[in-house]
Design a protein around this ligand. Structure first.
Ligand code: DSN
Length: 458
């Protein structure tokens, strides 16, 4: 009797100390560092009071946030579940296994590696798994929608590998698979990379695999931007076409981090760096010890939480909303006379050639004046754009955050109207300078704030 009571007290004490370590985190921060607390609060208020039309961001749930801010952040443990270098890894092994199983279920994958610190790191791991330094990559040009980590001159891949690029068609701005095939057969890369940061149309992973097979190359699909749509079945999956698929995990609405997935090729025997073995084993060796040390275990737990969230119908429905909102926004802007690349979008993203939409309007000026009035977008280099990368001739818009906040077709009407009003009214002074009247800025900001207040961050 007494023993049971004593045990109950012990359990209660244990729970209390677990909770007291984790509860009231934001208040604890305020007490110990008011300066950072105030800056985080300012960021929250910025997000709440402005319209976020960013294609590369989303917002995670409070459950994901809780996993990130947990005791797991303190753990050091190199290696993979069941094969760690450090003691005390039983619990984190269970967490990692759960994250892996859920990632496989979410993407229909046969193999998942939840350890990469980011999408870029996931790409570095994939590339260094398959290639020796100096070997050739064929990837999409950065300005044509590719990504730095696919081999731009300034990236690690650009430094250590021989990188050739393919481009979008100069008239339609869409991928021309015949010309990619010709280039692949001409340059004979060891690896072809598809997927990118600024491409608004559906990518045919099947065609890319045909090209890779014909050229004798591996295929890497980086689906960071479209992974939410792939999960929701709104974009074809690359899983059984690409040898390796990578994504960041924050873009689809999870914690910051990366993910490596494989489909039917995961058991394929390959010889890399003089060693034979299945491709997934090579990926794990390249993850650790080649490129990373301890993975971020709090992020792995947060990824597990997120991969559970994506399995519910609500997540799928939201992705449908993301695409519908993007189509409506693009359609409205086309109707208003904006040069929307490819005439619209198949995904969450819209690319606008600002210079063709209004004479002298650079991407930088468009980004700056929109942000000053409370609408946040990215300036974006566009294919065949002559402007310097810091200036650019275009902007990239995206609908994940506004949709996450609950906005729909009606709000897209208001937002496109506001974007148009700002871009029509701004006085262009140069490639990076503009003037806007204080009264106009105030008038737009009030409308933006009013709209945002109806969609509180939850
Ligand atoms: N930050 C992402 C983007 O802007 O597309 C790429 O890493």
């Amino acid at each position: 009797m007494w023993k049971n009571g004593f045990e109950r007290v012990e359990v209660l004490m244990e729970r209390l100390s677990f909770q007291s370590y984790h509860q009231g985190l934001i208040e604890a921060l305020n007490e110990s560092d008011a300066e950072i607390y105030e800056l985080i609060k300012a960021e929250y208020e910025r997000l709440q009071n402005t319209i976020q039309l960013l294609a590369a961001e989303s917002r995670c749930s409070r459950a994901v946030l809780a996993a990130l801010g947990s005791v797991l952040q303190n753990k050091t443990s190199e290696g993979f579940a069941g094969a760690r270098l450090h003691g005390g890894s039983g619990v984190i092994d269970e967490i990692e296994r759960l994250a892996v199983d859920r990632a496989k279920e979410a993407f229909g994958a046969r193999y998942a590696n939840v350890q990469p610190h980011s999408g870029t790191t996931a790409n570095q791991i994939a590339i260094n798994t398959l290639l020796e330094p100096g070997e050739r990559i064929l990837s999409m040009g950065l300005q044509h929608g590719g990504h730095y980590s696919h081999g731009s001159a300034d990236s690690l891949a650009g430094r250590f590998f021989d990188v050739e690029q393919y481009y979008v068609d100069p008239k339609s701005f869409v991928l021309d698979y015949e010309s990619i095939r010709d280039k692949a057969l001409k340059v004979r890369p060891k690896l072809i990379i598809c997927g990118g940061s600024a491409y608004t149309r559906t990518i045919s992973f099947a065609k890319f695999r045909e090209i890779a097979d014909e050229a004798g190359a591996f295929l890497l699909a980086d689906i960071s931007h479209i992974s939410a749509l792939v999960i929701a079945g709104l974009h074809p999956s690359p899983l059984d076409y690409a040898h390796i698929t990578t994504t960041s995990t924050y873009k689809p609405g999870g914690p910051r981090g990366g993910l490596i997935l494989m489909g039917r090729d995961c058991e394929q025997e390959v010889t890399v760096h003089g060693k034979s073995g299945s491709m997934w084993r090579h990926i794990e060796r390249t993850t650790f010890p080649c490129i990373q040390g301890t993975p971020y275990l709090n992020h792995i737990a947060a990824k597990a939480v997120f991969f559970k969230e994506v399995l519910c119908e609500q997540y799928r429905a939201r992705q449908l909303g993301v695409v519908e909102n993007a189509r409506r926004l693009a359609g409205n802007l086309v109707d208003m006379g904006y040069d929307v690349l490819t005439g619209g979008t198949d995904n969450h993203m819209i690319l606008i050639n600002t210079a063709n939409s209004r004479e002298g309007l650079t991407g930088l000026v468009a980004q700056r004046c929109l942000e000053r009035c409370g609408i946040v977008v990215d300036k974006c280099p566009l294919a065949f754009d002559e402007k310097e990368p810091a200036i650019t001739g275009g902007i990239r818009l995206g609908t994940p955050i506004v949709t996450r906040n609950g906005m729909g077709i009606e709000e897209m009407g208001r937002i496109s109207g506001l974007v148009d009003e700002i871009l029509r009214t701004v006085e262009i002074v140069g490639e990076s300078e503009y003037r806007i009247k204080g009264s106009f800025e105030g008038h737009i900001k009030t409308q933006v704030k009013d709209l945002c207040s109806k969609f509180p961050i939850r």
